[in-house]
Design a protein. Structure first.
Length: 402
């Protein structure tokens, strides 16, 4: 078997993006302007929602969505329910937004929050459910929305890894009150660094525009100061003599996207159909063959009511396997296949959260995956022969390790 090179991810820098970047550089208007707005409109129409607001990162997309809740009765120190297993940003963002994260365990077969664990931790201070569609696998949104309605809670979807995922025909990220996407380089639509929040609620979008801009009182869709030489006619148009640009209505963040980042994202959006098709073909090909590695390795399953967001292929080592995660990672690496660990139980395996008082053993499923899971790329540069090579390499490893 010839050794091949299978990187974890890829970045699409299209000709369209390169030309646009040159045009933007020549125009001297680089800060959040008309191309960021174009990206927002394109992303909103992809999801079929009214609004999208671009920010600096996927982590900020989560934090700013949560900060919107302060305008609807939430108080600092209120609680947000989220799964114990996710990329650390989900938990960090809850704390950065001023809330207390309340963790619940996951289901091992979906890697997502177990909805049946949610009601037990709801208190009078709970304000929102924050499901994470990990590895592009849609959460059980019917049950999550049902619980949220019963307890009058917001639902914010962390859809960072779920570009293109569908749940019962609806795009993930467009089901709850807001959807938070990462546009980081490892994700399907990328601006290199960046994030975007989707919502059908124009009032939330307006608050988000203020939040990303230090909490400023002005909430124009695009700021004239960045797009033309005209002075802003709205600055002094208010009851007092205040300069609206230097009035700060809420505690804000510094989280705008710039035009160069938007140009890269716009190039990705132009060919999103092709990217998704190729990645999905790779992912489903690998998933269809994966059963042969049972009972030593397992992965997620595609259910008939969903399309997976083809972010990556998760691989979890079963209890029956007599080998370590390290040995699998090393074998893959020696054979040119890049991999990433499949995150950790945030409250019990990440020291930054220890002040919350959780202890190892509180989240057995998340902790198991945290110790035994990895994920590998399924990106658009991979061909069927690369996928076959991945499967053959795993097969050889298992024969050797058994
Ligand atoms: C589930 C999840 N949430 C949030 C984020 C944060 O995104 P970013 O790295 O763009 O801040 C990531 C990043 O990969 C993620 O995987």
């Amino acid at each position: 078997m010839k050794k091949m090179r299978i990187p974890f991810g890829t970045l699409m820098l299209t000709e369209y993006s390169k030309n646009l970047i040159q045009e933007i550089l020549n125009s001297n208007r680089l800060s959040c302007g008309k191309y960021v707005r174009k990206l927002e409109k394109g992303f909103a129409s992809l999801l079929g929602v009214k609004e999208a607001v671009a920010v600096s990162s996927g982590g900020d997309a989560v934090a700013l969505s949560l900060a919107v809740l302060y305008e609807y009765g939430a108080k600092r120190g209120d609680e947000i329910i989220l799964p114990a297993l996710s990329f650390i940003a989900t938990g960090n963002s809850v704390l950065q937004a001023g809330f207390i994260p309340v963790f619940v365990d996951i289901e091992r077969d979906t890697l997502n929050i177990n909805p049946e664990n949610i009601e037990a931790v709801i208190t009078p201070r709970t304000r929102a459910l924050l499901p994470v569609h990990l590895m592009g696998k849609p959460c059980n949104m019917d049950r999550i929305i049902e619980i949220a309605r019963k307890h009058n809670l917001f639902v914010i979807e962390d859809a960072a890894e779920a570009h293109g995922a569908l749940y019962k025909g609806r795009p993930v990220g467009a089901i709850g009150d807001m959807g938070a996407f990462s546009l980081y380089v490892a994700h399907i639509v990328s601006t290199v660094e960046g994030g975007i929040i989707t919502t059908d609620n124009e009032e939330y979008a307006s608050i988000l525009r203020s939040l990303r801009n230090h909490g400023r009182a002005c909430t124009c869709v695009t700021c004239t100061l960045n797009t033309s030489d005209n002075l802003c006619s709205k600055r002094f148009r208010n009851e007092s003599d205040d300069d609206i640009r230097f009035r700060f209505d809420r505690l804000g963040f510094s989280s705008k996207m710039n035009e160069l980042e938007a140009a890269i994202g716009l190039g990705n959006l132009e060919i999103i159909g092709e990217i998704l098709e190729k990645r999905r073909k790779n992912l489903y090909f690998l998933l269809n063959e994966f059963n042969k590695f049972s009972p030593y390795l397992f992965t997620i399953k595609k259910e008939p009511w969903e399309e997976l967001g083809p972010h990556a292929l998760p691989i979890i080592i079963s209890e029956e396997a007599g080998f370590s995660r390290k040995s699998l990672i090393k074998y893959l690496y020696d054979n040119g296949i890049d991999s990433r660990s499949l995150f950790l139980s945030m409250p019990t395996q990440c020291p930054g959260f220890s002040f919350l008082g959780y202890k190892l053993g509180d989240f057995p499923e998340a902790e198991y995956v945290g110790k035994n899971g990895i994920h590998i790329g399924v990106h658009q540069d991979l061909e069927e022969e690369d996928c076959v090579y991945i499967l053959e390499t795993i097969d050889k490893f298992l024969k050797m390790a058994k």
